[in-house]
Design a protein around this ligand. Structure first.
Ligand code: UT7
Length: 350
């Protein structure tokens, strides 16, 4: 957990501070019209139920590490000089079950030798990664950490499933965190995290893990695909993200009125809208990119954060509230006062 308490000396506590951001989306775009014939769906259904018009999809042969390297390189460039001592990769779609993808990403970024490992918390992965990276810094194990969230969710989907294919897209976002103090812009606030394993069935891929392998029965093709009970997940997503966001704002000592920018996991435009209404945050303060990007799982928050920075929608001093929800079930939220960055790489380098 990040050190957001004030030590007895009265000096501000050490904290992880954002000093670079970046993102990357595979160039290939699939529109709702492209899915119409294949899935028997319509643009009207997808757009009215989710807010999505198109999504980026990795072509055959492109893996999560490929996206992660692109986003990571942009975040490192945005951060400027300074060595990183650890790379945390949040992903549910690693290149392979073993070993973790992070060491390969680190080596391809010229960082062979640093600590590198994966964190798996589905769509909440970026916030779990943020808490992990903050912990490495607070414990004195790293001065700088590269946190990447990268997903190729398209590789998990049943190509004939109209309830999931239109929703998910591929992408990667990244931040560089440096050791700083809790009172400076960019310091990550208290990270609220939670889980409920009793409802792990709501978002799942049944095959490929030890449960299925130890059964001695080969997996059916259906078990290898991602399944989601959308309607019930919707209800949990609204409830949990609203609760976590409120707790994060309380921990920061803010009022909900103080929030300049609400950045929620882009699962469904209707979910963002309900949460924002419940929190009393007006539409002009809600960031949204779901229309062009869809749900990119763990990558959702950092892609939107980096796009907002690149597009000039985040001014230094803005109070930003981040919230996410995903399979597990897992959820989380945190706050950050937006820092002055030398450059926010992303859109110009797509
Ligand atoms: O990222 C992790 C967190 N994920 C989420 O938070 C996702 C939360 N859930 C959702 O966003 C929504 O539940 C969905 C967008 C996934 C689905 O929307 P919905 O309004 O809950 O629809 P539904 O699943 O209840 O389905 C309603 C109907 C069904 O037909 P019947 O059974 O009423 O005849 C579906 O078969 O809509 C049908 N349907 C579609 N029809 C045309 C489902 N998907 C499609 C489609 N095109 N793409």
């Amino acid at each position: 957990m990040p050190a957001d308490t004030v030590p007895s000396s009265g000096a501000p506590a050490h904290a992880a501070v954002i000093c670079g951001v970046g993102y990357w989306l595979p160039p290939h775009v699939v529109t709702n019209a492209d899915l119409r014939t294949r899935l028997g769906t319509t643009h009207e259904w997808i757009h009215s139920r989710t807010g999505i018009s198109s999504r980026h999809v990795a072509p055959p042969g492109m893996a999560t590490s490929d996206l992660a390297v692109e986003a990571g390189a942009r975040a490192l460039k945005s951060a400027g000089d300074g060595e990183v001592q650890a790379l945390v990769l949040a992903t549910t779609t690693p290149d392979r079950p073993c070993p973790a993808t992070a060491p390969e990403v680190a080596s391809r970024l010229g960082l062979t030798g640093i600590a590198a490992f994966d964190v798996s918390a589905v769509c909440t992965g970026f916030l779990y990664g943020l808490a992990t990276a903050s912990g490495l810094i607070a414990a004195g194990l790293a001065e700088r950490v590269l946190l990447i969230a990268a997903e190729t969710f398209s590789t998990l989907l049943d190509p004939e499933d109209k309830t999931t294919v239109p929703i998910f897209g591929d992408g990667a976002g990244a931040v560089v965190l440096r050791r700083g103090t809790s009172d400076e812009p960019g310091a990550i606030g208290h990270v609220v995290l939670g889980s409920d394993g009793e409802r792990s069935d709501l978002i799942t891929v049944e095959a490929g893990g030890s449960r299925q392998r130890s059964s001695g029965r080969p997996a059916t093709p259906e078990q290898a695909y991602f399944r989601m009970q959308g309607r019930e997940v919707f209800r949990h997503a609204v409830e949990r993200m609203t609760m976590a966001a409120t707790a994060a704002v309380d921990a920061a000592g803010w009022r909900l009125d103080d929030v300049d920018r609400l950045i929620t996991h882009q699962a469904n435009a209707r979910i963002t809208s309900v949460i924002a209404s419940e929190l009393g945050i007006p539409p002009e303060r809600r960031a949204q990119n779901i229309e062009q990007v869809g749900n990119t799982a763990a990558a959702s928050l950092p892609v939107l954060l980096a796009q907002e920075a690149a597009d000039g929608n985040l001014a230094p001093g803005d109070r930003v509230l981040l919230a996410a929800f995903g399979g597990g079930l897992t959820w989380g939220a945190t706050t950050v006062v937006w820092p002055e960055l030398t450059s926010a790489h992303g859109a110009d380098e797509q």
